[in-house]
Design a protein around this ligand. Structure first.
Ligand code: 13P
Length: 250
């Protein structure tokens, strides 16, 4: 069966000192976790977090990368740079990057291909806005985002990546999709994977829920059959809260 994966997305929070402190506090709280534990941190914190997490079960993730290997792309980071910094996971296509930094399904696809080629595990984000949900486009949209993001990968590559379903209206708003809504839409994403890559790949790929997930609602969401993990924003910034989500089964 699929091993759950709980990942923190720190977004633009924490200095290296604060990052070290947070990981040091987190380590003893999650050392017995039954799931994969990842923290996706600002790039300036890679060194501090890699050092603090060394020898622990906490894996390091990034929040973005460029798809080119190198070149004149001021301010950008390559997959090789991430790898060399101890990064194993990279969030791609987060709705905040789509909204504020003009990411498109096509650039998310280029980044996904580059990340996989470099040996990183992408966490590819898909999800609808409130207007799209109200207009009844959710299923078509998440299926389309998923299909484009994964274009050009083999089934063997796809089953090792992670998809995060993050309804935009649930991010940072305190609004969560109901357990059933999240489960249903993740089922739609899994069906899109099955249509493109076959049933086995769809049965193996891990799909997270993200959007105001916290210690209170994590258990209910994680008990849903389609939901294999969480991508946690606000609640990942406090060690105790994040640890409670990691221990969602309790
Ligand atoms: P919140 O948990 O703060 O709603 O953020 C979710 C998110 O965007 C994770 O990537």
């Amino acid at each position: 069966m699929r091993k759950p994966i709980i990942a923190g997305n720190w977004k633009m929070n924490k200095t290296p000192c604060e990052a070290k402190e947070l990981v040091e506090s987190l380590k003893p709280l999650v050392c017995d976790a039954q799931c994969d534990v990842v923290v996706c941190v600002p790039a300036v914190n890679f060194a501090a977090v890699a050092e603090a997490a060394q020898g622990s079960n906490i894996r390091l993730g990034a929040q973005n990368m460029h798809w080119k290997e190198s070149g004149a792309y001021t301010g950008e980071l390559s997959a090789a740079m991430l790898r060399a910094s101890g990064v194993e996971y990279v969030i791609l296509g987060h709705s905040e990057r789509r909204q504020y930094f003009a990411e498109t399904d096509e650039t998310v696809n280029l980044k996904t291909l580059a990340a996989v080629a470099a040996g990183l595990t992408p966490i590819v984000c898909v999800g609808e806005t409130r207007a799209q949900r109200e207009a009844g486009y959710t299923d078509a949209l998440v299926a389309y985002q998923t299909r484009i993001a994964l274009t050009g990968l083999t089934g063997e590559q796809v089953e090792k990546i992670v998809i995060a379903y993050e309804p935009v209206w649930a991010i940072g708003t305190g609004l969560t999709a109901t357990d059933e809504q999240a489960n249903e839409t993740i089922g739609v994403i899994r069906r899109a994977v099955a249509d493109a890559f076959g049933e086995t790949v769809a049965a193996n790929i891990r799909i997270q829920y993200g959007g105001s997930m916290n210690p209170k609602n994590a258990h209910g969401l994680m008990m849903q059959p389609e939901i294999d993990g969480g991508l946690i924003g606000g609640a990942s910034l406090k060690a105790a809260d994040f640890a409670q989500v990691v221990h969602f089964e309790r």
